[in-house]
Design a protein around this ligand. Structure first.
Ligand SMILES: Cc1ncc(C[n+]2csc(CCOP(=O)(O)OP(=O)(O)O)c2C)c(N)n1
Length: 348
């Protein structure tokens, strides 16, 4: 399968025209293509789960407008000179924007031996890519916030331009790991280059955000630690793109933490545990963005429908291929459990 979104810029009007507020037409098209691709990928994963080609689904429909710009803006690479990503289980848009092959997400859903993220061990959305510094996604929520301190400290010690980016949900910020991250990243004179992201979809599993938080904005908690903070509409790709760029530039240049809260939607509920059906009363970032692109005559409805049909067919074909791929062999059960080398220390 191809990983790079097709370049369709030549099909349309001047490429530098503002397609959507402050975004160039090229960027708007790139964001749209990746958001759509991520959405269709998640729909395929849900279908696979419902057809018995997987045991559990959890993923990112509703977070694309934020997660795709994030993937486009990171400094991708291996080692301390590049950015480290400690993501959560809704980060498919970020991975696709970084150039991940969507078929690999299907492989993880089907738990095939060819799954590059966990070799068939973990369930959907648990990405792990050493060559891009994507640390393994953890099922126990929010632990990534304390793990992220380690890569940020290593980057500081080595004096690199790389930064650490950590992301998790709103409910998990009630846990100690989040507080640990705030404390360790902001010690005076020893600040760490961490972009701390909270994607706030206003729910834990079934616990509503209202009633669980004394603060009205999670980002405000960073102020007590002297951090730069922002709360943004994460359903708007343009807002997200600019806010992420500003935050990433700040952390990279100042070598200090930044707490960014993005309000997002949860478009298929929490996971397969809550049915994974489409939720109609939440803002759909893709629908909203497509309406804007249509109004600005950047893309027609027919073009977008055609793209969706193409991706739907592409992922259906990919899921049929994955169904034929073997599961891990029983004798490999102890493989990939513990690291056999000090990879962070540079052993390869
Ligand atoms: C340490 C831990 N406690 C509880 C759970 C069960 N659990 C899984 S997802 C989830 C909700 C997390 O909500 P939030 O942090 O807001 O992220 P969201 O899933 O909404 O993106 C919970 C409680 C878990 N996986 N790990």
């Amino acid at each position: 399968m191809t990983t790079a979104p097709p370049d369709r810029s030549a099909e349309r009007s001047p490429t530098t025209a503002a397609a959507s507020g402050g975004l160039s037409t090229e960027t708007a098209l790139r964001l749209h293509d990746l958001m759509l691709r991520s959405r269709v990928l998640e729909e395929r994963l849900i279908t696979m789960y419902k057809q018995g080609d997987g045991y559990f689904w959890i993923g990112g429909p509703g977070e694309e407008a934020f997660n795709v710009p994030l993937g486009l803006l990171v400094d991708k690479g291996q080692g301390l000179d590049h950015d480290y990503l400690h993501l959560h289980y809704r980060s498919s848009g970020t991975l696709l924007a970084m150039g991940a092959d969507p078929i690999d997400s299907l492989r993880q859903m089907k738990n095939t031996a060819s799954d590059p993220y966990s070799k068939g061990r973990n369930f959907a959305g648990h990405y792990s890519v050493r060559k891009w510094n994507v640390a393994p996604v953890s099922s126990p929520i929010e632990v990534q916030y304390s793990i992220a301190i380690g890569t940020a400290q290593a980057q500081t010690k080595k004096g690199t331009k790389g930064i650490t980016i950590v992301q998790g949900g709103d409910a998990g910020t009630a846990e100690g790991d989040f507080a640990t991250c705030l404390v360790w990243s902001s010690r005076k004179g020893r600040e760490l280059p961490i972009l701390i992201i909270v994607t706030n979809n206003k729910f834990g599993i079934s616990t509503p955000y209202e009633g669980q938080h004394g603060e009205s904005r999670i980002a405000d908690r960073g102020k007590a630690f002297g951090m730069q903070t922002a709360t943004i509409d994460g359903n708007d790709p343009e807002t997200s793109f600019h806010a992420l760029k500003k935050a990433i530039d700040y952390v990279r240049t100042e070598r200090k933490p930044y707490l960014l809260e993005a309000m997002v939607s949860r478009l298929h509920g929490h996971s397969s545990a809550s049915g994974a059906n489409f939720v109609k009363d939440e803002v759909d970032c893709l629908t909203r963005f497509e309406q804007r692109l249509e109004e600005k005559k950047v893309l027609s409805r027919a073009q977008m429908d055609e793209m969706r049909a193409k991706y739907t067919q592409e992922f259906l074909t990919a899921s049929q291929k994955v169904r034929e791929e073997p599961q891990p062999k029983a004798e490999t059960i102890w493989d990939h459990v513990f690291a056999d080398k000090n990879y962070v220390g540079g052993e390869n």
